[in-house]
Design a binder for this molecule. Structure first.
Ligand code: SF4
Length: 495
């Protein structure tokens, strides 16, 4: 396979986004269209919120074989030029946008940028995944001892090496063999010369949907990526399902894993997914508005204005306002062009921190009792700065309402979270957090309230939770085996 040799875009994460859980990765694949790479580039562009560090596309064309381009930076900066796209011909392609949750941190190693490629006796295969393999380190050790030579530090390469060791006669069967050895929470897109493959882990923690475009099919992390290419949403890939899509449009369904009840990531509803996506048949926007309504019922407070912390707090703030009758207002304005354009921020610029991205609408805030609605509190550093900005602007009172329960546990399923001791809710009670943030009141939605907002009328089933909510509850549906081996302590009966 040849990797397109054009230059890389310099990229560096700004220091202003470090107080959010980072979306994992986005994956996209298409088969049975002309110039598949163009569709993949558009799909990845729609999924850019799931990873901004790097992106890659692999294609296959009968005349030119497999080709790929992997780059640091935004899709729009790397996969829009004719020169690059001309190197990616063919009717089948997969792609990936990455925020590093495993493998190298920061933009240091192009070898960790997916998709990965392996050459087998029966032909090549490329693979990209979103999520985390929780026994990757154990598998890697075992594979290296048995002679595998790893090219990257990424989890997904384990799948390629496990496929290489399988004795099955075709790539989909080899993939099934490999997947039976991996544990964790992941969605996969893969391709052979003619087949597009999509897989969700046994619990379906991470999303993956199927769409139809002309005579071809597409797989995507979210429905918003189907919309951008004009594909029609067909269905979600089911938890534990593997679909194989041929070049002639035949879709077959396989079950490599033991059937288990779904434990989809509840945080996708709160924050990770785009509000214009559909998850589990529900509009993400409407779910977030419902969360705001639940929050207003659970934690009412007298105030003059409800303001979102933009952009992710906006639908919940609208819901809070509708439920409480307190007027909604844009009290904080986000600089839409901030992005990650400060490639090398100086110390002076760095100290401006959140002010570079958010600014208070002073005329609106002065003298008002303000309810600020945000999606989550992670370290609390941004929340403190926003509170200071609101008070500087002359607010009479500041009340925080948070559209998720306290984030007290790290995610080991493909979401970048700080170590447990860095999570504010891991070390402080709600009242201690309120004092620490210096606000007049602070309330989080309850787990039951969140479950009601996502459509579970009776709230969370404590005996068999309907979603993964480990970062709130500390109850991990898949044992984080590599982390436990390194000393991570699960929740005790007393906690
Ligand atoms: S731990 Fe939290 S962020 Fe991670 S998959 Fe579970 S609900 Fe989602």
């Amino acid at each position: 396979m040849t990797d397109s040799p054009l230059p890389q875009t310099a990229w560096r994460e700004t220091p202003f986004d470090d107080d959010k859980l980072k979306e994992e990765c986005g994956i996209f694949g298409v088969n049975g269209v002309s110039t598949a790479a163009n569709f993949v580039a558009l799909g990845l562009h729609a999924l850019q919120h799931r990873g901004q560090e790097a992106g890659g596309i692999v294609v296959h064309d009968p005349e030119h074989g497999f080709n790929s381009a992997r780059r640091f930076g935004y899709v729009r900066d790397n996969f829009t030029s004719q020169a690059v796209m001309d190197t990616l011909p063919g009717p089948i392609a997969i792609g990936h946008v990455r925020y590093s949750t495993a493998g190298s941190k920061g933009a240091t190693a192009i070898r960790d940028v997916q998709p990965f490629f392996g050459e087998f006796a029966m032909g090549g295969a490329a693979i990209a995944h979103n999520g985390n393999i929780t026994n990757a380190e154990e598998l890697r050790r075992e594979l290296i001892e048995r002679g595998s030579i790893f090219q990257s530090s990424s989890d997904s390469e384990c799948i390629i090496h496990l496929m290489a060791r399988s004795l099955q006669k075709n790539i989909p069967e080899r993939m099934k063999d490999a997947l039976r050895r991996v544990e964790g929470a992941f969605s996969v897109v893969a391709m052979t010369r003619t087949k597009l493959i999509g897989v969700r882990d046994a619990l379906g923690v991470r999303p993956l949907v199927l769409g139809r475009i002309g005579d071809g099919y597409a797989l995507a992390s979210e429905t918003c990526a189907l919309d951008i290419i004009g594909a029609e949403f067909v269905r979600e890939i089911e938890p534990g399902e593997m679909v194989v899509i041929s070049s002639t449009g035949e879709v077959t369904s396989h079950r490599p894993f033991e059937q288990k009840p779904s434990r989809f990531c509840v945080f996708e509803h709160v924050y990770f997914s785009r509000p214009d996506s559909i998850l589990g048949g529900r509009s993400v926007y409407e779910t977030r508005e419902n969360i705001g309504r639940e929050l207003a019922k659970e934690a009412p407070v007298e105030a003059d204005l409800v303001c979102p912390v933009p952009d992710s707090g906006t639908p919940a703030a609208i819901g809070f306002s509708l439920q409480s009758g307190i007027p909604y207002a844009m009290g904080i304005i986000r600089n839409q062009y901030m992005g990650r354009t400060f490639i090398e921020p100086s110390e002076q610029v760095r100290n401006l921190g959140v002010r570079l991205k958010l600014n208070v609408n002073r005329a609106l805030i002065r003298g008002k009792r303000v309810i600020l609605v945000d999606d989550s509190v992670v370290r609390g550093t941004t929340s403190r700065k926003i509170k200071e900005m609101i008070l500087d602007a002359g607010a009479a009172e500041v009340h925080f309402r948070i559209a998720s329960p306290p984030t007290a546990w790290p995610c080991f399923y493909g979401v970048d979270t700080p170590q447990r001791e860095k999570l504010l809710a891991a070390t402080m009670s709600e009242e201690e957090m309120r004092t620490h943030l210096g606000v007049d009141s602070l309330k989080f939605i309850s787990l039951d309230g969140l479950y009601r907002a996502v459509g579970e009328a009776n709230g969370r089933d404590a005996k068999a939770p309907q979603y993964c909510d480990a970062c709130f509850s500390g109850e991990y549906p898949v044992a984080p085996r590599d982390k436990l081996a390194k000393g991570f302590q699960l929740k005790t009966a007393a906690e």
